[in-house]
Design a protein around this ligand. Structure first.
Ligand SMILES: *Cc1c(COP(=O)(O)O)cnc(C)c1O
Length: 461
């Protein structure tokens, strides 16, 4: 959206943000789909989450900090599990992983995806059942594979011929027969509201379907007979709102499955369609409830199986963002407020691209609200920026905040449960914020705040 297009909408305000942004009158309102489910404004005007006000949370935990609504997270786990019924729902751990979340995911009956030895270590340290773990990655090392075999990981998603060679040799040496899926690159790329279906796939993940590598990989595994080939896997992208990309992906994977059956007389029993279900970062995003996704995806798989004359395989999905993303907000304290050219006001907070890289990395959009009080001041177009030495250090590109926002106010940014703490860095030697779970009027630290001692601990001089 260009500024001049938006100008027509809010011309009087000299508005230069995107036209879809909520109207300035709503500056104290919380749009429910953006916030963790227990978040509300108290009568005094401050936000609370899990029955605890931000004032108490800040007194105890400081800022910046990620606050996780445990009830919201558990409900989303349950909704996916019950909506997808017989399918296995793998929580994609890369979105956010720590021992407490592993335990919650386990208690709520989900499976778990990891994609490195580090993520596997967290899962095992939290006592997650190894047979319910799926192991992804385009470059798993021999050590990582050995550890997965040792632990008895339930599925290894093989991603290259080199990996097949490596895993086959290790399995023979260790006398194991791991269950594997072949990751297929189906030539579908989905991001937000659009998807592109092509024949060619220029990316690092998986075996190319169009080029014949996926077929060759499956046939090789079947012929060698060392690995236990359970099925095919496809993951088409992220922050997807429409199931049409899944339809094309399912059709292509199931055609391959039919081809494998025709060549080797083996009908694979499992199909993993990956994750990528979108969440609401702004009022423009309208995600489907898990129940609707499940209905559409099950229908797609059934009709595509019908077309390919296949039995309906056991389905798996791998949501990450859709489970943990909406359950968290980041709370910052405002440090400086700077009006630039009367166009826009830069509100600097005490974190930034080190705790949320997504805006800088993907041009992601977020929302924000003043969290410690309401205000009847004029709405003002603000850009929430961090404290890093980088002009791209933006947390929220465009948002209306009250014009009287000042140093010491708190700003909350919702939708930060996925790919924020997990992608956090120590850029500028800023210690990473804690993750605090809140529930039933009580908060508990599940990942503590980093300290300068932590930073210095690795610096051995
Ligand atoms: C990243 C990833 C997911 C999860 O994606 P979300 O957008 O968080 O749902 C699932 N499966 C695979 C293979 C992935 O790489």
């Amino acid at each position: 959206m260009r500024a001049h297009e938006a100008g027509a909408l809010h011309g009087d305000l000299g508005y230069t943000g995107p036209a879809w942004l909520r109207t300035p009158q709503d500056v104290n309102d919380l749009v429910p789909q953006l916030w963790p489910r227990t978040v509300r404004r108290t009568e005094a005007g401050a936000l609370e989450i899990g029955g605890v006000s931000v004032a108490e949370l800040v007194a105890e935990h400081g800022t910046p900090a990620y606050f996780l609504d445990e009830v919201d997270l558990r409900e989303r786990c349950r909704e996916f599990a019950s909506a997808f019924g017989d399918a296995d729902v793998y929580y994609a751990g890369k979105s956010f992983l720590c021992k407490a979340v592993v335990k919650i995911v386990d208690e709520e009956g989900l499976f778990l995806d990891v994609c490195t030895g580090g993520e596997l270590a967290v899962a095992l340290a939290a006592g997650f059942p190894a047979e319910k773990i799926g192991f992804h990655g385009n470059n798993k090392s021999a050590r990582e594979l050995e550890r997965a075999l040792d632990a008895g990981v339930g599925r290894i998603v093989v991603d290259s011929f080199d990996e097949i060679t490596r895993l086959t040799a290790l399995s023979q040496k260790m006398n194991k027969r791991p269950k594997v899926l072949v990751r297929v690159t189906v030539g579908v790329e989905a991001h937000t509201h659009e998807f592109i279906a092509t024949a060619h796939e220029d990316q690092k993940f998986g075996f190319s379907l169009a080029g014949g590598a996926a077929f060759a990989a499956a046939v090789r595994i079947l012929d060698e007979g060392v690995l236990d080939l359970r099925g095919l896997h496809s993951h088409i992208g992220s922050q997807i709102f429409d199931t049409s990309g899944f339809e094309v992906a399912a059709r292509r994977v199931l055609e391959l499955q039919a081809q494998i059956r025709d060549a080797r007389g083996v009908e694979l029993e499992e199909l993993d369609l990956g994750g990528g279900f979108g969440i609401a970062y702004t009022t423009q995003d309208d995600p489907s409830p898990a129940g609707d996704l499940a209905k559409r995806i099950n229908k797609i798989v059934e009709s595509e199986c019908d077309l390919a004359n296949l039995r309906v395989p056991k389905l798996s999905i791998e949501p990450g963002r859709a489970i943990v993303g909406p359950a968290v907000f980041t709370l910052y304290e405002v440090g400086t407020v700077k009006d630039v050219d009367g166009i826009r006001t830069y509100v600097s907070v005490d974190g930034g691209m080190s705790d949320n890289i997504r805006t800088a990395l993907y041009d992601a959009s977020y929302s924000a609200t003043m969290a410690n009080r309401t205000s009847s001041a004029e709405p003002m177009l603000a850009r929430v920026v961090g404290k890093h030495c980088e002009s791209g250090d933006i947390v929220v590109k465009d948002e209306f905040l009250p014009a009287d926002v000042q140093p010491g106010d708190l700003v909350a940014v919702p939708g930060t449960g996925a790919y924020c703490r997990s992608m956090a860095s120590n850029y500028n030697h800023v210690p990473r914020p804690p993750v605090v779970a809140v529930r039933d009027g009580a908060s508990r630290v599940i990942v503590r705040r980093e300290t300068e001692d932590d930073l210095l601990a690795l610096d051995v001089g």
